[in-house]
Structure formats: structure tokens, C-alpha cells
Design a binder for this molecule. Structure first.
Ligand SMILES: Nc1ncnc2c1ncn2[C@@H]1O[C@H](COP(=O)(O)OP(=O)(O)OP(=O)(O)O)[C@@H](O)[C@H]1O
Ligand SMILES: C[C@@](O)(CCOP(=O)(O)OP(=O)(O)O)CC(=O)O
Length: 421
């Protein structure tokens, strides 16, 4: 190893997407290893709009492992961070950076400490899968720093131990988390079903109804469900295995009708098992104002068209994720959503619709005044009833790529000191 007196700092910065499950993971058969009770399938969201950026660094001058999240130092003594660090360290190999004159052997990694800085470009712990992007990015970046030779699937089995849904963020496009059979979890990992280009017509609109941290975390919620819900057992054994096969077919054939039907039904069943939990968990707890009108609008619209135009899915929080079959439909969807959920009068459009704003242009909405002149959607009963201000903002996005390494300019840590910039 380089002489301890040397002051070098070596670092890697990576960017990793979040994902939204269309067949949900809910329930663990092993809490520590994070082994699920069923397979799940997700769509990776474009990191241009929602992503985690993480810099990991190593130096002989660091005396302990430290991490900063969104600029604040956080403790990484918890089991999940420690599992990821331990698993990655045990797979570290020799590093020989000729340019910087740094040599690290496999053995050195056991003694060296790391500094980590991570930034989510969206609210943390608000039901937008920050833990998924976060742990995937941590494991991916550490794997690069430590010259780990494992492929993305093997890395996904490590990220899984940080947060289950994180394993699916190791790939872009459409991803399956195979639950596996092994008690040690070696075969519980993610595989890519198709990349993001396979079905690039899809447009995803997220209605963020609250950025407040949620009341029941996914981890505690699913623990209670496993302990108390009989419906979950039926779901895991009888329902999901068949749905997974159908969803794989739907994705392979770009069959939107089947994709949408499976996505909506599975989201609804996930919330049904939450309700079947003792005490019941209400993630869609604001039914009169936000989730119910969105579900009813989509259901009525799909029925009127005779074939699904849009799919909806809700995770462990009240945010709605809507998947439109193509850009044309997405423009109509945005018109309908803006009519029902206009911004407060002082909001500017730029901060009300985030992500791919070109959809707004397609929808003919270029100013807040345009929202006021939108025609009432035929699906709603009472056009005078609007839910102004109930949606904090919308994010327009699409299926996106998997993790990438970023250039040196993106480092979140000072290259000389290894401390946050
Ligand atoms: N960038 C990050 N790097 C590492 N860990 C992160 C990062 N962002 C979030 N986390 C971890 O994830 C936790 C938040 O996870 P939680 O499951 O509560 O919310 P969420 O993932 O945003 O929502 P959900 O899982 O319901 O979609 C944080 O407390 C932190 O431990
Ligand atoms: C509803 C979900 O989003 C649940 C995600 O749960 P987490 O992956 O956040 O839970 P832990 O494994 O305990 O960290 C559905 C899904 O993403 O499949």
C-alpha cells in the first residue's frame, strides 16, 4: 500500500436512478438479509429527472467511515449501511492508479476507511424511493472505487441488503427482482427484462401530493403485514407468480393494455394487503381529495376509450404515479390533471411541472392562465369542483438508464481533503 504518510485521496462519483414497482414487493421472509416473499417488477425512472448522486472516496488519512446525505452528516452504524459496506469490502480487489501513483492491494481495503457524500435531487423519505436510488448508488460507486469485479446482478444482491427495492435500481429499463430460494440470499437479485429503449414511448407523470415524511415506513409496514395479513400469503403464493409471468409478456410485447391492467390491479392489491394488516395501514389516506379522483378519472377514461390509455400505481405514500401509453396520451393526461389539480394562484408553472416540460407544450399549456382555460375532462362529475393546491407539483419523466460513473467535475467531496465541498 502507499505509505501511510501519503496524503492521497481517491474518489469515484456515480449517478443512479430510482424505480417504480409495477408488481410490488411487500413482505420479507428474512428481515436481516432482506429476502422478499415474492418476485417484483419495476420500471427505472429517467435519472435526468430523479436520481441520486454519490461520491465515495478513500484515503489513508481517513480515521473512520463517514457519510453525508444532502449535506448533513448521518450515522452509518446501522445494520443496512454496515451490511453493504462489509459485502463490498470483502469483494474489493487490487487498485493500481498509475496516473495518480496510487496502489491499493486487496488486503489494504480491510484497514482503509471511506468518506461518502450523497445527494438526492428529489425529496428524501417521501415515497419517491430515495432509499432505492440511494443504496443502489452507494453499492455501485463503492464497487467502482474498490475495483469489485462482480456484475450488476451480483451488486444488486448487495444493494438489496440496504433496501429491498434498491436492487432493482442497478439496471435501466424494465427490471425483475427474483425472490430466490437460497436462505443466504445469493439468488435473490435483480435482472434486466428489457432496456429503456425497448419501450421508449411510455411517459410517466408523478403527482407529488406531499413531500412530508410518511407516517409508516415501508420496513415497519411490511413487517406488520407479514405478521398479520392472511391476504398477503394468498397474494405471494397464488397471485403474484401468475402476474409476474403476464407482466413479463406484456413488457416483451409492449402490450400496453395488459401492462396497464396488471399495474393498476397490483397497486390496488398492495393497498388491500396494507388494509388487511393489523393495525391497518392507510397509505392512500386522503381518498376524498387526491387519490380517489385520480383513480376514478383514469378508470373512467380507460373505459370510455375501450382500451387503457393510462396506468396508475401508488407506493407506500400518497403520491400517484401515472404511466401514459405515449406522448399524445401524456399531453391529454396532463391537461386533465392540471384542470383538476391547478396550482395555487401564486405558483409559477416552472416549479409546478418538473422534469420533461416539453409535455406541457404538447398540452398547449405555457402559462398558469392556460390552465384556467382548459376544458373540463368528461370523466369528472362536477367541473366546478377543483382540488386547487392539493398536488404540490408534477414530475414528467420516462423509463431511464441504469447507474453510470460521472466525471471528476461532479465530485461531491473535495479531492484534496475528502470532506464535503
Ligand atoms: N442518497 C442516499 N444514500 C444512501 N441512503 C439513502 C439515500 N437517500 C435515502 N437513503 C436512506 O433511505 C432512507 C429513506 O428511506 P424510506 O424508505 O424511508 O423512504 P423512501 O425510500 O424515500 O420512500 P419509499 O421507500 O416509500 O419509496 C433514509 O433515511 C436513508 O437511510
Ligand atoms: C411499496 C414499495 O415501494 C416497497 C418498497 O420497500 P423498501 O424497499 O423501501 O423496503 P425495505 O426493503 O424495508 O427498505 C414497493 C416496491 O418498491 O416494490
Amino acid at each position: 500500500m502507499a505509505d501511510e504518510s501519503q496524503k492521497w485521496v481517491l474518489m469515484v462519483t456515480a449517478q443512479t436512478p430510482t424505480n417504480i414497482a409495477v408488481i410490488k414487493y411487500w413482505g420479507k421472509r428474512d428481515e436481516k438479509l432482506i429476502l422478499p416473499v415474492n418476485d417484483s417488477i419495476s420500471v427505472t425512472l429517467d435519472p435526468a429527472h430523479l436520481c441520486t448522486t454519490t461520491t465515495v472516496s478513500v484515503s489513508p488519512t481517513f480515521d473512520q467511515d463517514r457519510m453525508w446525505l444532502n449535506g448533513e452528516e448521518i450515522s452509518i452504524s446501522g445494520g443496512r449501511f454496515q451490511s453493504c459496506l462489509r459485502e463490498i469490502r470483502s469483494r474489493a480487489t487490487d487498485v493500481d492508479d498509475k496516473e495518480k501513483g496510487i496502489k491499493i492491494t486487496k488486503k489494504d481495503w480491510e484497514k482503509l476507511h471511506v468518506h461518502i457524500s450523497s445527494y438526492n435531487n428529489f425529496p428524501t423519505a417521501a415515497g419517491l424511493a430515495s432509499s432505492a436510488a440511494g443504496f443502489a448508488c452507494l453499492v455501485f460507486a463503492l464497487g467502482k472505487l474498490m475495483n469489485v469485479k462482480e456484475d450488476h446482478s451480483q451488486l444488486s444482491a448487495i444493494a438489496r441488503q440496504g433496501s429491498g427495492s434498491a436492487c432493482r435500481s442497478l439496471y435501466g429499463g424494465f427490471v425483475k427482482w427474483i425472490m430466490g430460494k437460497d436462505d443466504k440470499g445469493t439468488d435473490s437479485l435483480a435482472v434486466q427484462l428489457a432496456d429503456e429503449k425497448h419501450w421508449d414511448e411510455l411517459v410517466i407523470v408523478i403527482a407529488v401530493v406531499s413531500s412530508r415524511q410518511k407516517e409508516t415506513s415501508s420496513t415497519t409496514g411490511m413487517r406488520d403485514t407479514v405478521e398479520t395479513s392472511l391476504l398477503l400469503q394468498h397474494r405471494a403464493k397464488e397471485v403474484v407468480p401468475k402476474r409476474i409471468l403476464k407482466m413479463e409478456e406484456a413488457i416483451k410485447n409492449r402490450d400496453f393494455a395488459s401492462f396497464a391492467q396488471l399495474t393498476c390491479t397490483d397497486s390496488n392489491q398492495f393497498h388491500a394487503v396494507c388494509l388487511d394488516t393489523c393495525p391497518p395501514i392507510f397509505y392512500m389516506n386522503d381518498t376524498s381529495h387526491r387519490q380517489a379522483p385520480i383513480i376514478s378519472l383514469v378508470e373512467k377514461w380507460n373505459r370510455a376509450e375501450g382500451t387503457p390509455q393510462v396506468a396508475y400505481t401508488f407506493d407506500a405514500g400518497p403520491n400517484a404515479v401515472l404511466i401514459a401509453r405515449n406522448r399524445e396520451t401524456a399531453a391529454l393526461l396532463i391537461q386533465k390533471l392540471l384542470f383538476c389539480f391547478p396550482p395555487n394562484s401564486d405558483a409559477d408553472l416552472n416549479s409546478f411541472v418538473l422534469g420533461d416540460k416539453s409535455i406541457l407544450k404538447d398540452a398547449g399549456v405555457e402559462s398558469p392562465e392556460d390552465i384556467e382555460t382548459l376544458p373540463p375532462p368528461p370523466e369528472i362529475k362536477d367541473p366546478s369542483q377543483k382540488f386547487r393546491g392539493d398536488v404540490s407539483y408534477f414530475i414528467c419523466t420516462r423509463p431511464g438508464r441504469g447507474p453510470v460513473v460521472l466525471s471528476d467535475e461532479s465530485h461531491l467531496l473535495n479531492p484534496e481533503t475528502g470532506l464535503p465541498k
